[in-house]
Design a protein around this ligand. Structure first.
Ligand code: C2E
Ligand code: CA
Ligand code: CA
Ligand code: CA
Length: 279
């Protein structure tokens, strides 16, 4: 680890001599990391609580992690936005997506699904839907096992452009989920018109449960809205048994959170297969 640390320093020094700005350098480092396969998904289990009894494993959400050669693990908050501004989110997103689909293909349980986060910049890029569908065919995963998550705020950025792409993906069987629902500005008309199958209730509403009556009321209302539009609800950030009990009581369909499982690499998960060779 020490040696790669020194290599890093050497690279910075070398670049500084050719007067590359730190801004530019970071983008280059990120580009290299994507190409070198240093950015990989970890997987958090998603549980179905819509039936009586213990939660049933529904699938996983893929969450990006940058494992630097020096062993440092960098969370997505530190590189996703950078990838977006550097024009690298297409390559990064596709790499995460393909890795997640290859892990899913190796799963013994063919009913398991996989949720992958998508940035609006990917969504509005020409040919995004075709690329996703072609990758699914090539890797061998049925579209119905994939859920694409787009944040409420981002979905509002380019409503017309993204709508056509989302409709095309949805028509092919891919589930669309509106992430971080409740903290953005999506109008009800927009939610109504989106071909989304799931609303993901942001964890800040969950964290107030069960003590905060207002949070409880919001979650209850979102569940009602979703169900009356024929959508499912997913609650994220479930950390306590009390929260889980209450979410069940108000009719939330799916949950994820530290209480039921932290994000882990595929190797640590019984239910996901090996990555296999890239084809
Ligand atoms: P998100 O999609 O809302 O993901 C949920 C975040 O909450 C994850 O953080 C997850 O690790 C964390 N989390 C899960 N359970 C709990 C819990 O019980 N308590 C608490 N406090 N946190 C919990 P993470 O992995 O750091 O990801 C942060 C955000 O980065 C994600 O938020 C997503 O918007 C973005 N992101 C992650 N991977 C990708 C990716 O491949 N592409 C894109 N475009 N965005 C990504
Ligand atoms: Ca998400
Ligand atoms: Ca979220
Ligand atoms: Ca193979």
């Amino acid at each position: 680890a020490k040696r790669s640390g020194r290599d890093q320093v050497a690279r910075y020094d070398g670049a500084a001599k050719t007067s590359v700005t730190p801004h530019r350098l970071e983008a280059e480092e990120l580009r290299h990391a994507i190409e070198a396969g240093e950015i990989t998904p970890v997987y958090q289990p998603v549980w179905d609580i819509s039936r009586e009894g213990e939660p049933v494993l529904h699938g996983y959400e893929a969450l990006a992690r940058w494992r630097r050669p020096d062993g440092v693990l960098i969370p997505p908050a530190q590189f996703i936005e950078r990838a977006e501004t550097a024009g690298l989110i297409g390559a990064l997103g596709r790499s995460i997506f393909r890795q997640a689909m290859r892990h899913l293909r190796g799963a013994r349980d063919r009913r398991l699904s996989m949720a992958v986060n998508v940035s609006v910049r990917q969504l509005v890029a020409e040919g995004f839907a075709d690329e996703v569908l072609a990758d699914l065919v090539e890797i061998g995963v049925e579209p119905a096992r994939l859920s694409l998550e787009i944040t409420e705020t981002q979905a509002m950025e380019a409503p017309e452009l993204s709508l056509a792409t989302l409709r095309r993906l949805s028509a092919a069987g891919v589930s669309i989920a509106i992430d971080d629902f409740g903290i953005g500005f999506a109008s009800l008309a927009y939610v109504r018109d989106l071909p989304a199958a799931e609303l993901k209730i942001d964890q800040r509403f969950v964290s107030g449960m069960p003590d905060n009556g207002k949070d409880r009321a919001v979650v209850r209302a979102v569940v009602e809205l979703a169900h009356s539009l024929g959508m499912r609800t997913v609650a994220e950030g479930v950390e306590t048994p009390e929260q889980l009990a209450l979410l069940r009581e108000v009719g939330v369909d799916l949950v994820q959170g530290y209480l039921l499982g932290r994000p882990q690499p595929a190797e640590a998960l019984m239910n996901l297969g090996p990555l296999g060779e890239d084809e």
